[in-house]
Design a protein around this ligand. Structure first.
Ligand code: ARG
Length: 475
């Protein structure tokens, strides 16, 4: 059923209907559309634009539709153009022409903007909790390996030894920014476009602030033209989702490396790995690879929406219909990836011995020699030069740093005394890096416990906002 046939002499051509139809992907907005219809109904009622009996009949029918949509007993038919027209058909089926009264003072332009905001808020909050679940899984592992030394890398070359707990926890810190981003995105997104009408507001003395409050928004968008045009919230959400995807992708890459035979650090649990159809010995880190691969589509969805918005005139243009599929796809994608990834992290075992054995290799303690000389009053540039010469001598004599003789050390720099060997231990190197954020196990423990506190604050915030919004679901 078209919502706009009056001034036309013919129905749209089949190809046009097929092109403009959005019901195949926007039906998932139905619960939010019904919710905003109930809020709009109250506004019409307050403005005395509906007889109380009609208003009650419409409210009853909308509530019935809420149940029927949830049960699947009311569903779209091929003739429905979009979620709004399908639900209006449902209302008319129940009420006859009275059902059409709800359209007063409202347009699909403010309706769809409202529905999508509600959907986005609901799902971004849910996703935030899934990110928190992953953070918690990471931190459980990180705590387990605080005292396990491992080589730390720059340029994929051994750089300095680190606590493997520190190495793992860094991912939880990166994800913390994603949850923070969801929170400040939420503050901007929690404004209602409903009441903006097509673009100019309404002559029917409706109160957008009242429907905004009914729907759980913090307020109404202060400019009706902006209200129907703005899709910043979609682009921003897609950026946040892409960033989460990038974080998972970078983490996935590490899991792939660590699980390789060459590294042999990580043993992925059988339940979170896959086999090969031809090579019976294979155990593949497919979850990590899929996480890495799916980052591509998340970035693609963001790019698609930004490009669609570029140069788009205000106010509503049909181009905006293209905002939904990318958003739904990014949310669905992460909804799929996150639980699997979290399970993989929670069940991976790391080989302490192998990581510890690799920690001092590649002359990763050379910086300790330079720092030792700095403590003896030598300027760093000179200290760096001397430590470099130590590495050079080791390479040409096939020795490890601590294996050089007192004479060899002294020949390179007179301040290199025999006690230099004391700093040439992985344990000593780790313990000495107790600066804020550093890799000393005591410092890592502190970082983890501070982060845990922040995560729990975020988690409470999400629980409260989700409760508040779902409490409004019946509105
Ligand atoms: N399906 C449309 C969308 O998603 C709904 C709004 C249509 N409004 C209009 N004036 N044609 O954007």
């Amino acid at each position: 059923m078209a919502l706009w046939g009056g001034r036309f002499t013919s129905n749209p051509a089949e190809a046009v209907f097929a092109l403009s139809r959005s019901i195949d992907f926007d039906w998932r907005l139905a619960p939010y559309d019904l919710r905003s219809s109930l809020a709009h109904l109250s506004v019409l009622e307050k403005a005395k634009l509906l007889q109380p009996t009609d208003a009650n009949a419409i409210r009853g029918a909308l509530k019935e539709l809420q149940e029927e949509v949830a049960l699947g007993t009311f569903a779209p038919i091929p003739e429905d153009e979009d979620v709004h027209s399908a639900l209006e058909r449902g209302l008319m089926l129940k009420l006859g022409s009275v059902g059409g009264a709800l359209r007063a003072g409202r347009s699909r332009n403010d309706q769809v903007a409202t529905d999508l905001r509600l959907y986005a808020i609901d799902h971004m909050l849910h996703l935030g909790q899934s990110v928190i679940d992953l953070q918690n899984a990471i931190l459980v592992k990180a705590s387990e390996y605080i005292d396990a030394p491992a080589p730390g890398f720059t340029h994929m070359q051994h750089a300095q030894p680190v606590s493997f707990g520190h190495e793992l926890a860094k991912h939880a810190h990166a994800l913390q920014r994603d949850v923070d981003r969801i929170q400040d995105w939420f503050a901007r997104t929690s404004l209602s476009p409903l009441g903006a009408g097509a673009l100019a507001g309404s002559s029917l003395s409706l109160d957008p602030l009242s429907s905004a409050t009914d729907l759980g928004f913090a307020g109404a968008i202060p400019n009706s033209i902006d209200a129907v045009s703005d899709r910043d919230f979609v682009a921003e959400a897609l950026f946040i989702l892409a960033m989460i995807g990038l974080h998972l992708s970078r983490m996935g890459e590490e899991w792939c490396l660590w699980a390789s035979t060459e590294f042999g650090w990580a043993k992925i649990d059988d339940a979170y790995a896959t086999g090969s159809s031809i090579m019976p010995q294979k155990k593949n880190p497919d979850i990590a690879e899929l996480a890495r691969g799916k980052a591509g589509r998340l970035v693609g969805n963001l790019t698609g929406v930004l490009t669609m918005l570029k140069g788009l005139p205000f106010a509503y243009n049909r181009d905006l219909q293209e905002d939904k599929e990318p958003l739904f796809d990014s949310l669905d994608t992460l909804d799929l990836v996150l639980p699997a990834f979290t399970g993989m992290v929670a069940t991976t075992h790391f080989n302490r011995e192998k990581m510890a054995a690799a920690a001092p290799t590649g002359f990763s303690l050379a910086t300790e020699i330079a720092d030792y000389l700095v403590r003896a009053g030598i300027p760093f540039a000179q200290a760096h030069e001397a430590a470099g010469a130590v590495v050079h001598l080791c390479e040409s004599t096939g020795k490890q740093l601590h294996e050089l003789s007192d004479g060899e050390f002294a020949a390179i720099h007179p301040s290199l005394k025999s006690d230099v060997r004391e700093v040439l231990t992985v344990d000593g190197a780790l313990k000495s890096r107790g600066t804020f954020g550093g890799t000393a196990p005591s410092e890592v423990a502190l970082q983890i416990s501070t982060l845990r506190g922040n995560i729990s604050i975020n988690s409470t915030w999400i629980t409260n906002e989700s409760k508040r919004f779902s409490g409004m679901m019946g509105a």
